[in-house]
Design a protein around this ligand. Structure first.
Ligand code: NAD
Length: 466
């Protein structure tokens, strides 16, 4: 079986640490590769290489950096299918879905790096006394990107673009569960040695990386639990961190909507990627006037997500156990299973598209991130009740509202979340600017904010020369 290597200073090399683990295909439960589990020595070497490469990378004209990064994105787009196959082997995402997301992420990467061409890395403002202030926004130096397994390639590209275009170098640590696509992504890269380095492993690599005092910023995407640790470490070092963490996203289905069309949209929001999206719809509040036809249509829509090419397996047994625990807890507290809810026979960590009714906030499935294909539906007597219950969560990643009432569409902004979608889900282009609320993280990102995070401003005040 293939043993994966780190990429340090442009050289693929064996990890120094002694620990290894198997990467397991969740559809077959078979090991597909052997992955280093990480060590402080591997991290130290990668940070050394990133630090050595950074001055020359930052000294390149912005347009050159953007051109090289754009070429990489084009190569990634041309290999989207192959990368999606790697994602499928390591974490179970259906290849068609993975290919579409990787193609979209390559395009978004190009837009994000092109933003550097307009970003004011240096601007001079004239002062009233004949002097001036010049603001220089310098890169932070070496940065760390730590990503989860649920969208391995898109999450990595999303974090890397502005950091690299701004002149930083990166040590990338993918999830220990999805190293295959990360390695292939970097094989496709043609950037100077050391600009992006790959350190494989779990928290044995992630923790020393976040704790390295040479790291200017940690861009962390993952669970609330690990994000808190990374944030505490960065804070202790007085370093910056962007934390994009878990969610328990609500959706409000208002009276007056088309029940069948809305149910189809909600089914996609709850079941796509087997519910393993940070912004999956995990709590559904439906107005009593439309509840019955909506639930009937949602149950029918769940039937359009058969296990296999449409609904992949969960990433591993541990994740499926979480889903089973949440559904079992809900049923024990009085919920009704309207579709799915039973672990299938046979190999693979599959779980069916599941619809629950009769749920409330005493249940784990309505309060903790499930990260599985479960749509729990609560009936509300008014849109206002839906808004209140949607907002009453420790998470605040995103929220969705389906309504035909303009006043209700306007009121959607009262939900504390980084993103609020109205009558759509996952929309928004490169202008999208957001910061998660509550336990879902911190640090504004998207659009120009990503460049503000990737640089540190210095103001040079020049008095009129005598
Ligand atoms: P995780 O927190 O277990 O792991 C995420 C990454 O952090 C992995 O690379 C892991 O090895 C690393 N890590 C773990 N402990 C660490 C530590 N102490 N120090 C440094 N690094 C550490 O999360 P996961 O299971 O891989 O991913 C699923 C979670 O990610 C879900 O909660 C999901 O909502 C969240 N997520 C959030 C977003 C977002 O944009 N907000 C996007 C995708 C996923």
């Amino acid at each position: 079986m293939n043993t994966l290597q780190n990429l340090i200073g442009g050289v693929w090399q064996d990890a120094r640490g002694a620990g290894f683990h198997d990467v397991v295909n969740p559809a077959t439960e078979e090991a597909v590769a052997r992955c280093p589990s990480g060590s402080p020595e591997d991290v130290r070497l990668a940070v050394d290489a990133a630090a050595a490469a950074q001055p020359a990378w930052a000294a390149l004209p912005v347009a050159d950096r953007v051109a090289r990064l754009t070429r990489w994105a084009d190569t990634v787009a041309a290999h989207a299918g192959e990368l999606a196959e790697a994602e499928c082997r390591e974490m179970g995402k259906p290849v068609a879905l993975g290919t579409a997301f990787i193609g979209g992420a390559a395009q978004a990467f190009k837009v994000a790096v092109a933003e550097a061409l307009d970003y004011p890395f240096e601007e001079t403002i004239a002062g009233p006394d004949g002097g001036s202030t010049t603001i220089v926004r310098n890169p932070l130096g070496v940065t760390a990107v730590i990503v989860p397994w649920n969208f391995p390639v898109p999450m990595t590209l999303g974090a890397l673009g502005p950091l690299l275009a701004a002149g930083n170098t990166v040590v990338l640590k993918p999830s220990e569960r999805s190293p295959l696509s990360a390695a292939r992504l970097l094989e496709l890269m043609d950037l100077p040695p050391g600009v992006v380095n790959l350190v494989l492993g779990d928290s044995r690599a992630g923790a020393p990386l976040a704790a390295d005092e040479r790291i200017g910023l940690v861009h962390f995407t993952g669970s609330v639990e690990a994000g808190r640790k990374v944030g505490a470490q960065s804070g202790g070092l007085l370093h910056r961190s962007i934390l994009e963490l878990g969610g328990k996203d609500p959706v409000i289905v208002d009276a007056g909507v088309d029940p069948a069309a809305t149910a189809a949209a909600v089914a996609f929001g709850a079941f796509a990627n087997t519910g393993q999206i940070c912004t999956s719809m995990e709590r559904i509040y439906v107005h009593q006037d439309v509840a019955e036809p909506f639930v009937a249509a949602l149950v029918e829509a769940a039937g359009a997500y058969p296990a296999g090419d449409v609904l992949g397996p969960l990433v591993d047994r541990r994740q499926r156990d979480v889903v089973v625990r949440h559904v079992t807890d809900a049923v024990e507290r009085g919920a009704t299973v309207r579709a799915g809810g039973v672990v299938p026979e046979g190999p693979g960590f599959y779980y069916p598209a599941t619809v629950l009714t009769g749920v409330d906030e005493s249940m784990l499935v309505m309060t903790e991130e499930t990260f599985g294909p479960v749509a729990p539906v609560a009936v509300v007597s008014s849109f206002e009740e839906g808004l209140e219950r949607a907002g009453a969560s420790r998470y605040g990643l995103a929220a969705t509202v389906y309504t035909t009432d303009p006043a209700h569409a306007a009121a959607a902004r009262r939900i504390p979340a980084g993103v609020v979608w109205v009558n759509q889900w996952q929309g928004g282009g490169p202008e999208r600017l957001y910061e998660p609320a509550g336990d879902s993280g911190m640090g504004a990102t998207g659009a120009r904010a990503a460049y503000d995070a990737a640089t540190r401003p210095t103001s040079i005040h020049l008095a009129p020369l005598a």
